[in-house]
Design a protein. Structure first.
Length: 285
């Protein structure tokens, strides 16, 4: 298949590329800057320069490449600004989907998140409503997710991957990532809030498998949702950071997510079924 990968220089994008190439797909990497051209070419990807926020350039990229599938892995996580990330989910997705429909793209596979669900005390499933009454601190994030998912569903075929908290090389949860640094400087405390994790290898693998999945929304999380009071001290131990203090205050939306649909309906199995094994691999990077 001909695949346009938006977000080709992100942590998942860079991991998706060799998987797609290995399966024989023709990959076009959408990049904002010419500085990434040689890197992508070296990976066997055909670079296409287009700014996701520039509607005309996105249309031009889709008209030029005429892909069968658009893979939407656009984020603005490097900046750490939730407003930037929300903006790219809203405007970038709108431009991608409109351009894809304009040229007759068959399908889109898009990255979403599994912690946008409304508060509750059980694991969230794909049927759980999103948190439309979110508190101010996460309102922008939820607005971005809702907008992204609504727009993606305008395609004739779509798979929305609601990823768990990403960990692995290049993420906030790596041996030298943002969370590691905050632990080292003792800025964090552990709580009873639940987290569902996913290793970036599993996130990338799911995106590739989703090329052949039926339309739908699916949680891509590991088998072991855990309280922060359990996983954060473990993570600290793995990276050699001081153990965090425990605090019993947590957010009611920190409920974790179920991967039952991914496993039963789509036949998906994670490479790292538990964050315990995945965290141990972090010292290799």
């Amino acid at each position: 298949m001909k695949i346009l990968l938006a977000g080709s220089t992100g942590v998942i994008g860079k991991m998706v590329i060799p998987m797609l190439i290995e399966e024989g797909h023709e990959v076009f990497g959408m990049i904002r800057s010419e500085k990434h051209v040689k890197t992508l070419q070296g990976m066997g990807v055909k670079p296409v320069v287009a700014d996701a926020f520039n509607r005309d350039s996105v249309y031009a990229a889709l008209i030029e490449t005429q892909p069968d599938v658009v893979m939407h892995q656009l984020t603005a996580l490097n900046s750490g600004d939730i407003n930037d990330n929300s903006k790219i989910r809203i405007e970038g997705t709108r431009n991608l989907v409109d351009a894809a429909n304009h040229v007759g793209v068959k399908k889109i596979v898009a990255q979403s998140i599994s912690w946008a669900y409304e508060p509750g005390n059980t694991l969230a499933t794909e049927e759980t409503p999103l948190d439309t009454n979110a508190s101010l601190s996460r309102k922008k994030t939820i607005e971005g997710v809702i907008s992204l998912e609504e727009k993606v569903k305008e395609m004739s075929e779509f798979v929305i991957l609601r990823y768990g908290t990403l960990y692995g090389p290049g993420t906030w949860y790596s041996g030298n990532g943002k969370i590691a640094k905050q632990l080292q400087s003792q800025e964090l405390y552990a709580t009873d809030g639940m987290t569902s994790f996913i290793h970036i290898k599993d996130a990338a693998k799911a995106a590739v498998l989703a090329l052949n999945w039926q339309s739908g929304t699916v949680n891509i999380v590991d088998d072991e949702p855990a309280k922060s009071s359990v996983w954060l001290p473990y993570f600290a131990e793995v990276i050699g950071a001081p153990l965090p203090p425990i605090n019993d205050i947590y957010n009611s939306w920190e409920r974790g997510a179920s991967n039952e649909k991914a496993k039963k309906q789509y036949g998906w199995e994670p490479i790292y079924p538990s964050w315990t094994k995945g965290f141990k691999s972090l010292h290799h990077y």
